[in-house]
Structures are given as C-alpha cells and as structure tokens.
Design a protein around this ligand. Structure first.
Ligand code: HEM
Length: 465
C-alpha cells in the first residue's frame, strides 16, 4: 500500500494557527493532537508533520533516528548553544557524546549522591531559616540548587558567585524564542531593549564560561586523573588540531551543559512541589515515606533512591504532566514513512511529550495527577514510548540519572521537613519556552513541617492537576 497523507487543518485555519504559535503553543499542540495522531500542516512548499503515538515517536526518535536532525528552533538555539551537545550533529556530536558519556554512567552518578544530598540539605536549612517571613520564590531557590549540584558533580567547580547565570540564560532564551515565533522578521540590529538585554546576557555567559574554564584549567595538571565532564571537555579542547576551534567548542559545550543540566531539573522540581502543595494526600504519603526511609533527619545516600519508590513515582507523574522538554523538533534528511504516512525530505517533524503524555488512549483521565500510574504493574501495561520525558534513541538525555536523583532527593527532604503553601491566586500556568517554565515563578510560604508522623494516607490520593 502506498503511504498516506496525514490529515491537516484547512487552509483557512492557517492564520489562526500561526497566531497560536505566537501566543499559545501548548494549545496549538493540543489542537493538533485532537485532530489526529498524525497531522500535516502545509504552508506552500513548507511541510510540518506532528506525530502523537508511541510507535511514531519510536520510529522518528530511535528506529530511524539517522534520518532526522534537530529541527525547528535550532537556528535560534544555536545563537545560545553554538555547537554544544544538544545542537551538534553527525561526527562532531558522536565525538562529543563519546567524550562526556563516561562521566554520566550510573556508577559515577551514584558516587555523587553525597554531594547532591548535601546541596539538598543545605537548601532545606536555608528555607527553614527563612520560614514564616513571607513568600519565597521556590523556583528561584531550586534553580540555584541545580546549578550548585551541576558545579559540584560534573565540573568540580563551585558556581557560587556566578548567580547571574540563571538570569542570563533566561534572557537569551526569551530572545531565541521571540526570534522563532517572529520567524526572524524583526532584524537583530534594531535598537530594541530586548536585543540589548540579549547581547548583554550572552556576553555575561561568555565571560562566566571563560572564567570557569581558566580557573579549572589552571587547577588541572598533567596526569591528575580528573575525569568529570568538564575535565574531559578541557582535555578534548586541548587536543583539537585547531586551538581556536577547540576553544570555541569548549565554550559552547560548557554553556550547553550548564543550560541543559540545570533548567530541566529545576523545572521538574518546581512542578513537583506545586503539585504536592495542591494535593495534600499525596504530600502526606511522600512525607511518610521520606520519614521512614530517611530516619532521624539523616541525608539520603545512593541506595535510598531505590527505597524512595513513591517519591520517585510522584516526580515521574509531575514530568508526565509537565515535561520540562515539552517538544522534540526534528527535520527529515530524506523521505520517510511513519506509521504508513509519507514524510517528505526536508520536512519539519514534531514529537510532543506534552501531548503524548496526555493521549487519552494511553492515560486514563489524563489531566488527573495520579502518581500510582507509575506503579511498576501499571507501567508494564503501557507502551514504552508512551512516556518520554528524557527523549529517546541516540539523543536520549545524557544527564537523566543525575536529574532523577536530584529531583527525588530534594522532593523527599523538602517534604519531610517543610510545609509549603502556594501564594493564593498563583495559577501555575505553563509557559512553553525552551523548557516548560512556570509563569510568575513559584511563590510559596514555608513553615517547618509537623514533627509528628503524618497520618497514613489512603493509597496515592489524586485529583485534577
Ligand atoms: C529532569 C531533568 C531532565 C530532563 C527532563 C531532561 C530532558 C532531556 C531531553 C528530553 C533531552 C533530549 C532532547 C532531544 O532529543 O531533542 C535531553 C538531552 C540532553 N540533556 Fe537532559 N534532561 C534533564 C536533566 C539533564 C541533566 C542533569 C543534564 C546534565 C548536564 C542534562 C544534559 C543533557 C544533554 C547534554 C542533552 C543532549 C544529549 C545529546 O543530544 O546527545 N540533562 N534532556
């Protein structure tokens, strides 16, 4: 049978669609998912396919990954990330991935559990000291934490004193997203305040990265055996046949590691803490588990990760509803066939974890927050590619083990020791930027948690997210 053409919106719907691209990208993706599991948007010679089924995602991301490069938004991302691991392709990507992968092996990450736990403990202490003093932006707090963890675990470097990094990343991403939705129609030389903010932020990032490189390179001596991700990148840059290119790639790889490694985990934590505050029954069950595993106020160790099973399910469910990487854009290098649908060479292809994680055939009552979905017996009944918060195939997230450990440790410790209440009126609206941000941050009031053991809650309370 010859490949079919997926259904698509009628031509008269295109202006509305483009408007949604600018103002509500999640609604646009939901509209596409409601239409069909495979959608084709045709704009003259430009073709955009949206695939929303586990087997289609598997085909594009894993089985035929060789036919797909990173897609929409790449030009804009490159303005920030250059040729780092997220955006590079081909032989350069393979060499970069081979170089850093050993630093992310499960054993290496497990060996960093103490550092992650210490940072998490420090955050809880800091929050406890400020308890009762009015709302704190928890998103900002966990962003500081994830940067600190990244510095300690993958770079052997303290990032304290570089507090501007998170804001600089925010500014450069805002501009990259603006360029994407305005289709590059606003020239970059216009003296707009946002362009100035972008250039200032990019300069700040470059200066920060340069300072980090010179500091770390000066501490590295021949044969000192350093094998963290940063050291591996520095050694590769020194071995590059063209020193200028080696230096540029090192800068870009480091910016990528800093961005990819902190914002996604901070977003996971932000959404998890918001959902727990909205679902006290689930919070009580997490607290009970944390108190029975992490007894007498102790910090978690690597082995505790396997004991904090319910907390892990809560984090997984938060990433189902709010996948930090909400979209996986690709561009087809050659023609392909996905689930019987033709894909033209050069076409844009989108796989959207945000809608896949809400597919009504895969998830019962998809908007409902229900950590029990990740009970192993229920996971076994779902197609593997129904849930892809870390992507899939060769471009699967290199930092998934670190991200999960961090999210579970912080969720357990914060919930064990603190009561967090969201500021009334805060809606927790998802803003799909490069990651799924939370509009207006996460203002929360902090109080020390009741020391008495929490009452045993009924199995995994749940409700609308
Ligand atoms: C919960 C936290 C995290 C989530 C949800 C997440 C999600 C993802 C996803 C979906 C991708 C694939 C993107 C694509 O295929 O287009 C990815 C790639 C990547 N992630 Fe993560 N990530 C997390 C934490 C981390 C951490 C802690 C690091 C550490 C540095 C990291 C570094 C990277 C890098 C370097 C890539 C590019 C890999 C490649 O293309 O070879 N991530 N991440």
């Amino acid at each position: 049978m010859s490949p079919r053409r997926p259904p698509g919106p009628p031509v008269r719907a295109l202006p509305g669609l483009l408007r949604k691209l600018a103002v509500d990208r999640l609604a646009m993706m939901r509209d596409a998912a409601d239409l069909s599991d495979a959608v084709l948007v045709s704009m003259g010679p430009k073709k955009l396919y949206v695939f929303n089924r586990p087997d289609y995602a598997k085909h594009v991301l894993a089985d035929n990954a060789a036919n797909y490069h990173k897609g929409i938004g790449l030009v804009e991302s490159r303005k920030v990330l250059g040729d780092g691991l997220l955006t590079s392709e081909g032989e350069l990507w393979r060499a970069q991935r081979r170089n850093v992968q050993p630093a992310f092996k499960p054993g290496r990450i497990a060996a960093q559990a103490g550092a992650v736990a210490e940072e998490a403990g420090r955050l809880v202490e800091h929050l406890r000291r400020g308890a009762g003093r009015g709302p704190v932006d928890l998103l900002q707090e966990v962003t500081g934490l994830t940067l600190g963890v990244l510095g300690r675990t993958l770079m052997d470097t303290s990032l304290s004193g570089h507090d501007g990094i998170a804001h600089a990343f925010e500014a450069v991403q805002d501009q990259a997203m603006f360029d994407m939705v305005s289709q590059g129609l606003v020239p970059s030389w216009l003296p707009l305040a946002t362009q100035r903010r972008f250039r200032r932020a990019r300069r700040e990032l470059t200066d920060t990265v340069d300072a980090l490189v010179s500091d770390r390179a000066a501490r590295m001596t021949a044969g000192d055996g350093a094998t963290d991700a940063f050291a591996r990148m520095i050694i590769a840059a020194r071995a590059h046949p063209d020193p200028a290119t080696g230096r540029r790639l090192l800068q870009e790889e480091l910016v990528t590691l800093l961005l990819a490694g902190h914002e996604t985990t901070a977003s996971t934590l932000g959404w998890t803490l918001l959902l727990l505050a909205r679902h006290p029954h689930v919070r009580d069950t997490v607290r009970e588990e944390a108190r029975s595993v992490l007894t007498e106020g102790r910090l978690p160790e690597a082995e505790d990760l396997h004991r904090l099973t319910y907390t892990t399910q809560v984090v997984q469910e938060a990433m189902r509803l709010y996948p930090p990487v909400w979209i996986l854009p690709r561009v087809a290098q050659g023609p392909d066939e996905v689930g019987g649908y033709e894909v033209k060479a050069g076409a844009d292809v989108l796989v959207c974890p945000y809608t896949l994680h809400r597919h009504p055939d895969l998830w019962d009552d998809p908007e409902r927050f229900d950590p029990g979905r990740f009970d192993p017996s229920r996971v076994a009944n779902r197609p593997r590619y129904a849930y892809i918060p870390f992507g899939a195939g060769p471009r699967f997230c290199v930092g998934s083990n670190l991200g999960m450990m961090e999210a579970v440790f912080v969720t357990a410790l914060v919930t064990r020791d603190l009561d967090l209440t969201v500021r009334p009126g805060h809606q927790g609206i998802a803003e799909p930027m490069m990651s799924l941000r939370m509009r207006g941050g996460l203002p929360m009031t902090v109080r020390p948690a009741d020391r008495l053991p929490a009452p045993r809650a009924a199995a995994a309370g749940a409700g609308a997210a």
